[in-house]
Design a protein. Structure first.
Length: 123
């Protein structure tokens, strides 16, 4: 299995640390976690938003990696873009939690470029 394919697994798991951060409270109610998350504020609310965005970013990334492998075969370049995506998505989440909006947007854009690049490899 290639590094890029392992990155698909990493991307699938990426939202969960942000989920744990969002729920980090003695007041967390596991009987109604979604209702609790809607009441959070500050960094916990931003951690919740980071986890939601991580779930949203996953399908396009997974498709891009798989399509690049099917259409062009495994490549070092695909591995690099997949690793770049994971790294940028990690810093994206950290920037989101820290409320560094401009850096967060730059990281988001960079990760999106990695996805586009994986599709270009397939072309």
């Amino acid at each position: 299995m290639t590094i890029a394919l392992w990155c698909v697994l990493a991307a699938a798991l990426l939202p969960y640390p942000f989920t744990l951060a969002a729920k980090w409270s003695k007041r967390f109610d596991n009987h109604s976690p979604r209702a609790y998350l809607e009441t959070t504020t500050g960094w916990q609310k931003r951690a919740h938003w980071a986890q939601l965005n991580s779930f949203e970013a996953f399908p396009a990334f997974a498709a891009a990696v798989i399509i690049s492998h099917v259409a062009a075969g495994p490549s070092a370049l695909a591995n690099e873009f997949a690793l770049g995506f994971i790294a940028l998505r990690i810093v994206y989440g950290l920037f989101y939690i820290a409320d560094w909006a401009l850096l967060r947007s730059i990281a988001w854009f960079g990760a999106s470029l990695c996805v586009f690049a994986l599709f270009i490899i397939a072309a």
